[in-house]
Design a binder for this molecule. Sequence first.
Ligand SMILES: [Zn+2]
Ligand SMILES: [Zn+2]
Length: 142
Amino acid sequence: MDRTGKCLCGAVRFTIRDLNPEFGTCHCKMCQRWAGASLLALSVPADSVSFEGGEHVKHYQSSEWAERAWCENCGSNLWYRVTAEGPFHGTYHMPIGLLDDTSGLKNMREIYVDRKPDAYDLAGERERLDTAATLALFGADE
Ligand SMILES: [Zn+2]
Ligand SMILES: [Zn+2]
């Protein structure tokens, strides 16, 4: 399925072709600071998304291996993206809330669950990885 989305002010818009409705949730402290709470994000291959308004996108290199981007006008977070070489290079991780239509999405995995604020849990059964298991999966610190 194709899905469209945009930032709060609409300066940055995008279309994702053949969206994979399975998304992941990251509870790491960096995502909490960036997103305000845990980050629920879709994995979007670079060649399946097209952007409009790219001149309004600002980037922050949040670690040696990844960047985070947002709209300069309204501050909406747009993506987390691995910049380092490797199997995850270039893939966009985009907050699900940017989509115009969020129906049918499936939360498939939570990572860094031991860093999640104890004030909330996400309902349902899925793979839940603590910090050690997350590091083993990605081979890096968040
Ligand atoms: Zn905006
Ligand atoms: Zn994170």
